[in-house]
Design a protein around this ligand. Structure first.
Ligand SMILES: Cc1cc2nc3c(=O)[nH]c(=O)nc-3n(C[C@H](O)[C@H](O)[C@H](O)COP(=O)(O)OP(=O)(O)OC[C@H]3O[C@@H](n4cnc5c(N)ncnc54)[C@H](O)[C@@H]3O)c2cc1C
Length: 384
């Protein structure tokens, strides 16, 4: 039986994404991780399916998914390949959403239209100096006539190697103004944008990169939203992005659970399937409970955001925190159920074990989610 808000539409989305993921992504999943890259032909197919444009409204040519539908989409993609799941999350949610919400009509037409036609966007906030303390970022945007000149380094940028354009948070005010001096820009990939791919532990293939903006000239009208209000806009993008990022973790948890459950019924020890040994049964039960608790929090957060409930921000951080903290437990137990084979590259659980750790760090660490949860309870954070 499905959850009350897993409507027929949501179930149709799940069915079609699962079919695509199992038939077209699964054959590449191990290779994407091993080679730390997504082959061109698969990128093209994911783009054609509209997954890099999930939240782009139909009026701009996109699929116009609700957040809950986007969550189910990335969950199903990440169940097969975490890289494809997070790439869709970043381009189709974290980049698309602030453009939909804050950009001018002209920028919407251009950039949402490009996403809908298969372009890939990247979200460039973190810097070598500062991730959690994003208000300290140092990338500069200096006004020169009717252009801005952007210079600085961005770190750990998902989609960096594939992106056609970047949503960049840059400082237009003084450093001491902190979050009040930050503005969001849309910057096209061009020779002044230098990208260097990083070797990460998990979510390999998602193009995580160091991105260097070397005096990139951007027209003034490429500001998204208002000058000096970029930090607030980024935070709103993160409130949504945390739900879709958590959903990629949910996909990894689901895949790890399925492997462990199957193995526990097939593997025999002392004359019986290992699931009949109470200590293994206990691990399976615990994993299933963590999986469904994460699912409930993530879907509730997405549903609340779709309904316009202001406390979706609270649920977003709780969902991200719970999935990260207990997703790592679930995948560790999955490996335990598989024993030695789970620790080898013969099993995908080894990959899931490396992947799931990212959820404790990306889009705000566990510690940051706890800060947001308590600050929301204290009335210090509200949607704009
Ligand atoms: C695979 C991957 C993909 C990513 N993709 C993107 C992307 O597409 N775009 C992007 O902009 N960024 C991206 N990031 C960056 C990510 O958001 C940051 O790594 C994260 O926010 C943490 O920042 P940091 O690494 O600088 O750690 P730091 O901020 O240096 O934190 C180090 C430790 O100190 C703790 N800490 C720091 N400050 C506080 C505090 N005030 N209170 C309590 N604890 C604190 C942290 O929780 C952490 O445990 C990605 C990261 C990864 C790993």
């Amino acid at each position: 039986m499905s959850l009350p808000y897993e409507t027929e539409d949501v179930q149709l989305v799940r069915k079609s994404v699962r079919e695509f993921a199992e038939s077209e992504v699964a054959p590449y999943a191990e290779r994407i991780d091993r080679e730390n890259t997504v082959p061109e032909e698969l990128l093209r197919r994911v783009a054609e399916m509209g997954y890099f444009a999930m939240r782009v409204p139909e009026e701009y040519g996109g699929p116009g998914l609700s957040l809950l539908e986007a969550v189910v989409t990335v969950e199903e993609l990440a169940r097969v390949s975490s890289a494809i799941g997070i790439m869709a999350t970043v381009s189709g949610s974290m980049v698309a959403y602030p453009i939909v919400r804050y950009a001018s009509k002209e920028l919407k037409e251009e950039y949402l239209g490009r996403l809908a036609k298969g372009a890939i966007g990247a979200f460039a906030l973190t810097e070598p100096c500062c991730g959690t303390d994003a208000a300290a970022l140092t990338t500069r945007a200096v006004k020169d006539g009717d252009e801005y000149v952007i210079s600085g380094q961005k770190m750990f940028i998902t989609n960096g190697v594939y992106a056609d354009f970047f949503l960049v948070a840059a400082r237009t005010g003084k450093p001491e103004e902190r979050h009040r001096g930050i503005t969001l820009f849309l910057v096209d990939r061009k020779p002044c944008v230098k990208v260097s791919k990083l070797e990460m532990m998990g979510y390999r293939g998602s193009g995580t990169s160091l991105v260097y903006f070397d005096d990139c000239r951007v027209p003034e009208d490429h500001i998204v939203g208002e000058p000096g209000r970029g930090f607030k806009e980024v935070m709103m993008a993160l409130n949504e992005g945390r739900i879709t990022t958590a959903a990629t973790g949910l996909g990894v948890m689901q895949a790890a659970f399925e492997e462990a459950f199957k193995y526990a019924r097939e593997r025999e020890s002392m004359g019986v399937p290992i699931i009949e040994h109470q200590m293994v049964l206990s691990m399976i039960s615990h994993m299933k409970t963590l999986l469904e608790a994460s699912r409930l929090l993530i879907y509730t957060a997405a549903w609340k955001a779709d309904q316009g409930h202001p406390d979706y921000i609270l649920y977003s951080s709780m969902a991200k925190y719970f999935t990260a903290r207990y997703g790592t437990d679930l995948v560790r137990l999955a490996m335990q159920v598989l024993g030695g084979i789970g620790y080898s590259k013969e099993s995908p659980v080894e990959r899931y074990y490396r992947d799931i750790k990212m959820i404790e760090i990306g889009d705000g660490t566990n510690e940051v989610q706890k800060l947001v949860i308590t600050r929301y309870l204290l009335g210090k954070i509200r949607p704009d």
